[in-house]
Design a protein around this ligand. Sequence first.
Ligand SMILES: [Mg+2]
Ligand SMILES: [Zn+2]
Length: 177
Amino acid sequence: MKRVIFLDRDGVINRKPPEGQYVTRWEEMQFLPGVAEAIRLMVQAGFCVMVVSNQRGVAKGLLTIDELELLHNWMCQELASSGAVITSVYYCPHEERPACSCRKPAPGMLLRAAREHHIDLTASWMIGDSDRDVEAGRSAGCRTARILNPSELSSVTANVFAQSLLEVTRQILLAHR
Ligand SMILES: [Mg+2]
Ligand SMILES: [Zn+2]
């Protein structure tokens, strides 16, 4: 069975757009420092890396599914060119209401990935920059890591807290040595 590290996208891989705004064009996809290196380390340690992302901008009509998938293809190609291989990208294109089973904090995307890729969720991790990500990971039975900046408070319990994906990755890989 596969061990997976699930990554949230905005605020983990790329700079999070301001509240209420969405990445709709490639020019707006700004990679955060150390991300390619972090993903490379995960892959070298035997994890598959998958992205699970809420993309409500689709429901809002700000970009189409095709545009979103193109964006993800470019994102994966760009990272793969630095040896940072992402196996799959899952996204929830829905609005908050009516509630769907895939929008985090629901665990639907992780459960679907587990069905499609034969994943051991208890040996897997969810990394995100919001409490919603941690809740989704926990509900799916994964260990969890929360990226937060020093001024930020989190109301959830995660297994790891750190300030960047690279820092989180170092802590996770230490735990798996
Ligand atoms: Mg995020
Ligand atoms: Zn959904």
